[in-house]
Design a protein around this ligand. Sequence first.
Ligand code: C2E
Ligand code: MG
Ligand code: MG
Length: 686
Amino acid sequence: MRKFKLKMQAGGNWFARELPSYLQVWRLPPLERIGPDQFADLFRITPIATLGQIINVTVVAIALCGHAGYLPMFIWWLTNLLMCGWTYSRWLRNRHRKIEKLSSRAIPRAVISGVLFALPWALLAGFYLGSLPRHEELIMCIALIGMVASGSVQLSRIYPAAIAYLVTIFAPVIFKSISIGEGHYYLLAALAVSYIAYLLTIVANSANASIERSTALNDLEKKVVLLDEANDALEKLASFDDLTDLPNRRAFYIHLEGTINEAMLFRDQVYVLVGDLDHFKNVNDMAGHAAGDQLLQVIAQRLADCVGEGDLVARMGGDEFAVIVQSADILADKNAFMKRLLERINEPVDLDGTSVNPGMSFGVSSFPDDAKDAESLLSYADIALQQGKSISRGDCWFFNSRMSEQLAADNVLEKELREALAAKEFELFYQPKVDIKTGRLHGMESLVRWRRANGDVVAPGGFFRVAEERGLMSELADYVLDKFVEDNCHWTNMGLSPGFVSVNIHPIQIKDRNRMAAFADQVAETVLDKTKLVIEITEECVVGRGTDEVPNTLAFMRDQNFRISLDDFGTGYASLTHLKTLPVDELKIDRSFISDLNTDMSDRAIVLAMIKLADTLGISVVAEGIEDQEQHNTLLAMGCANGQGYFYGRPMDVEAATTYLREAYSRDRSRKAVAGEAASRHQLSA
Ligand code: C2E
Ligand code: MG
Ligand code: MG
């Protein structure tokens, strides 16, 4: 008993557990999931379904007309035919139209159509079931089953229509069979009920499958679209510059290779321009990065405006652009094109209220004259740009073989400089500055020299440019300061006094306050008297990018008791302004005013004005580059206090400078002794 109970329980559980899963076969998808795809599926099979229906109704009409009567069967046949014709004509009209969206009436309309198509068959069964001879009834029943099966499968994607169709046909079959009340007809009714259940399974299955398939397809389609978009974006990212929308370096290179291949075939000429904005960093620093970006966009547009159809402008990165020119009209007069290009670039740009005058320098190489491959053409244009820029900015420079020789030489020099720095091959030479009136030593200027392993001594003119361009200046300038401190300590320890000793400060150094403070600390830890140390700065140190803090740094150095000297005075744009705004103790009249002092009246007038100005401002003066007696005499007559130049002494190495100082010292002592003797003689005679 207990065992049976357990079985019952297990059976009950089985039903509760398994039945819902069996009933799942009739689970229909939600109505709102029926979409355009399901209607499109139905629409697609319309012609073949229509043909099947026509055959069916014709066969039935022929079979039944003898007993059911010609007229009713003809009307029945014609009605069916008209409905088929209507369906087919709709298909013909709309077969190429894509159904984008379903109207809210689409499903009710489909249900009505299902009922309408089922109705003739329902009427046929309702009227003639049980009243026809066996053979005719058999044909009618087979036709009915065929119609129900094919129609409900056809309509299954829009399952409410399929159910309406199915029920409309089978309902009269079942009712009529039961109402006849004979054994076979009961069986027929039972068959009809079982077909309904079975066909409903097929309808549900097909509806679910169709909806799932179209959902999956739609998802896939969306993913493919997304993938396509992502691919496009990636392609764009890989080939275009985001800011200017111009092709980037990669795209430029590919395009250049293609252009060269074409040009080889047609024996065309191609020019490659590489250009960068002059002083672009100043714009970024002064007006901000947004303004810098805006300027780059304007320049990109201007470049694109200037080139012809088929030419290409690209942004290579930063402020660097490149152009491929092959338009015949531009090549016909390339100088006119370059002029037009520079003029267009130079037009002022308004950056949020700040007017900027942009400038650009270009390097140009040509195919096939300079090179026949993309890499060399680009590199030659770049060499022309770099070499040209070091001469003057805001111009177009055409590549020539001399330029690549220069580049090669620069590369060698850079390598040698690096090795020289590591081997400490640099030293300071010292050139005397004298009191013009007495001829006594006023001070010394330290000047860096590179003593090469072969014994050659190279002045800054031979290596400064490359050191600056290749980023070696910072290390060299720091080395100079160390050497300067070392040499001066050496003299102080020997009891020698070189007077006011100056060191030339590079713009890189003065722009960095911490560096100058470190130098001041370094000096403070020595025996040196800071009041005798002079730092020489040029106008380059106070003009341009990153110089805002320089006046404060100079004031700081002066507070630390260093003297400040303004070197090469008169060569800059705003020399007088600097005299007013900077804490200056000394100005050095540039050599260019001294060399023609005795022949050029305006130089003479300028020098005199400088001496007077310095006198008025209480600043001491040194005239640079005095080479002969005549210049010395003139400056003496003008009242110039101090002078420096080959006339008094050339720059000399530490050893020679030490001898010089010793001699100056003993000269001074004997001068003092003579003066002392004279004074005591004078006293005695008095
Ligand atoms: P500067 O500071 O104006 O130095 C004077 C330059 O004129 C020196 O050239 C000197 O040798 C040269 N000179 C002096 N008297 C005469 C003369 O009578 N006739 C002629 N023709 N030249 C004369 P140098 O040594 O070749 O230096 C050139 C420039 O390089 C210097 O101009 C200075 O701006 C820079 N410089 C030199 N040494 C250093 C250094 O250690 N550090 C830095 N940052 N710059 C330096
Ligand atoms: Mg100097
Ligand atoms: Mg100078």
